[in-house]
Design a binder for this molecule. Structure first.
Ligand code: PEP
Ligand code: MG
Length: 562
């Protein structure tokens, strides 16, 4: 057997035979047009419009996040900059196919140069180009294969149009050679709960029909698995299915210690599903997700409506809203439009809000109004508000003071930068609570851009340096009597969730689809066990040995209690 590494999305495991996505169409030849620019132009217009309508139709069928993505793709197909570029090539005597190919390639290069979130949209653009060229050539657009039995889909990077209508009874797992944790394959796999590992460079060598194990929790694809490995994978998949079917109870350890399990959300539309999956509230509402494509700041009115919808969906429960977190992977041009060499180290998070304080004040106004409005209507929640990317004690003081000006009763900060973790005790002199963002805390501790595939191996929250920083915050929270939540992806890894509680976390927030696994795992350990397992992980020197040490400590715990 051999293991191919990539970035796992979610915690699932699945196995089955590979079916590869058809190779993309080759670049059209650069022969001169035989029919003239006008006829070529008419062909292009027909093809672009037909592809745009087809994408919109798929979007309507799929709904949810997929619909937004497909509508954005439909808009790409009819983007005037692109059609102008196509026209210019046609005027030079090129064929429709070649002109479309060249225009999309140049558009792609521009997106890639911007990098980050926009860079990852390059794959969406490729898909539109392929569809238009296939239409012009009168051949089928490349798409998901149908081998006639359930399969592991292996592709370069799935296009939203493909993922949107995937037949989940047939597709056991997804493996892509490209794409990072924020690619559309990843976003949609997360939303639909599909087992997926993305950015697996070696997957290009996989052959149709060979059996593989796709392990998202480990970020690995195992080829030529042994019978033992297949049985273990099967058992894990069954345990997950059992956890998903277990009764929904409040998050707690085996000894009854309460560990509230909360949801990470980016849109009030996700609230109903989160409640159905047992979220006891919201631990992170990413407000910037509501306004990612906006070129101007959202109005107080727009914001109030969204926040009121969210609060009412969680009436009587805790709802932690994060003020706008602009920068790096989440560009908000109205907050920071400057070109920065290192945007992750730039004017982002609270820094950007402080530089545009009127936008922060408007957001706090909208939050306070939504709070009042829902309370009056009898559907109020317990609103907590926090600031992202706080890196100094002064920033903690600044944010909590300004939030209180607007009557926000519980104001806190995210701990995502090592400086804040190390000075947590002083931060708690101002903040009512802290919420640890392990995604950024890992990126800044290991100095590894969380969007870069080439350094993805460093982005591992099991690293003992990250765990030690979390311990600092947990201990400071315990000394000062302040809550310490976790809202990064780490909270969704069941055994790491136990470690985090052992380090002093008092609540855990995660994608709602992860709640069942974490709930089931917490119930098997006492607080003493959690502390012991955390100690084992803390003593390690790297992420892999920390993970192994925690597994070994938890296995010996299970043996003792059997
Ligand atoms: C984090 O950094 O862990 C976090 C929760 O914030 P985001 O992922 O939105 O940056
Ligand atoms: Mg963050």
């Amino acid at each position: 057997m051999a293991q191919l590494r990539g970035v796992g999305i979610g915690l699932g495991v699945a196995h089955g035979p590979v079916a590869r996505m058809a190779a993309p169409l080759p670049a059209p030849d650069d022969n001169p047009s035989a029919i003239g620019a006008d006829e070529e132009r008419a062909r292009v217009q027909e093809a672009l419009a037909a592809v745009a309508r087809e994408l919109e139709k798929r979007g309507e069928q799929a709904g949810g996040a997929a619909q937004e993505v497909l509508e954005a793709q439909a808009m790409m197909a009819e983007d005037p900059t692109l059609t102008n570029e196509v026209d210019a090539s046609l005027a030079q005597g090129k064929t429709a196919e070649r002109a479309v190919h060249e225009a999309f390639a140049s558009f792609r290069a521009q997106l890639e140069a911007v990098g980050g979130y926009l860079g990852e949209r390059a794959a969406d653009l490729d898909d539109v180009a392929q569809r238009v060229i296939a239409r012009l050539q009168g051949v089928a657009a490349p798409g998901v294969p149908d081998p006639g039995h359930p399969f592991v889909l292996v592709a370069k990077d799935l296009a939203p149009a493909d993922t949107a209508l995937l037949d989940l009874d047939r597709v056991l797992a997804l493996v892509t050679t490209e794409g990072g944790p924020t690619s559309h394959t990843a976003i949609l796999a997360r939303e639909k709960g599909i087992v997926a590992v993305v950015g697996v460079a070696g997957a290009a060598e996989l052959a149709d029909d060979e059996t593989v194990i796709v392990d998202a929790a480990a970020g690995a694809v195992t080829t030529e698995p042994s019978d033992d490995e297949l049985t273990r994978a099967e058992n894990r998949a069954n345990a997950r299915a059992a956890a998903a079917g277990a009764p929904i109870t409040d998050g707690a350890l085996a000894d009854g210690t309460a560990v509230p399990l909360l949801a990470n959300l980016g849109n009030p539309a996700g609230a109903a599903e989160a409640v159905a999956l047992g979220a006891e509230g919201v631990g992170l509402f990413r407000t910037e997700f509501l306004f990612l494509s906006a070129s101007s700041a959202p109005t107080v009115e727009q914001q109030r409506a969204s926040y009121a919808e969210l609060l009412a969906a969680f009436a009587g429960k805790k709802v932690v809203v994060r003020v706008l977190d602009a920068g790096a992977d989440k560009p908000l041009p109205f907050l920071n439009d400057a070109h920065e060499e290192n945007p992750a180290l730039g004017l982002r998070g609270l820094r950007a809000l402080r530089a545009s304080e009127d936008i922060l004040r408007e957001q706090l106004t909208a939050l306070a109004e939504a709070d009042e409005q829902t309370r009056k209507a009898g559907s109020g929640a317990d609103l907590w508000v926090m600031a992202p990317m706080v890196s100094t004690v002064d920033e903690a003081e600044y944010f909590t003071a300004i939030a209180r000006e607007y009557g926000i009763r519980t104001a806190g900060v995210m701990v995502e930068v090592p400086s804040s973790a190390l000075l947590a005790e002083h931060i708690f002199a101002h903040a009512d609570f802290a919420s640890i963002g392990t995604n950024d805390l890992t990126q800044y501790t290991l100095a590894a851009d969380r969007l870069l595939g080439s350094v993805a191996g460093f982005q591992d929250p099991w690293h003992p340096a990250v765990l030690r920083l979390i311990r600092e915050v947990g201990a400071a929270g315990a000394r000062t009597g302040k809550p310490v939540g976790i809202c990064g992806e780490a909270a969704a890894d069941p055994l790491l969730a136990v470690v985090l509680v052992g380090l002093g976390a008092t609540s855990l927030s995660m994608a709602p689809t992860a709640l069942a696994d974490v709930r089931a795992t917490l119930l098997t350990y006492s607080l003493d066990d959690a502390r012991r397992i955390a100690e084992a992980a803390l003593a390690a020197t790297d992420a892999a040995t920390a993970r192994e040490a925690a597994h070994a400590a938890s296995d010996s715990q299970k043996e003792r209690t059997q």
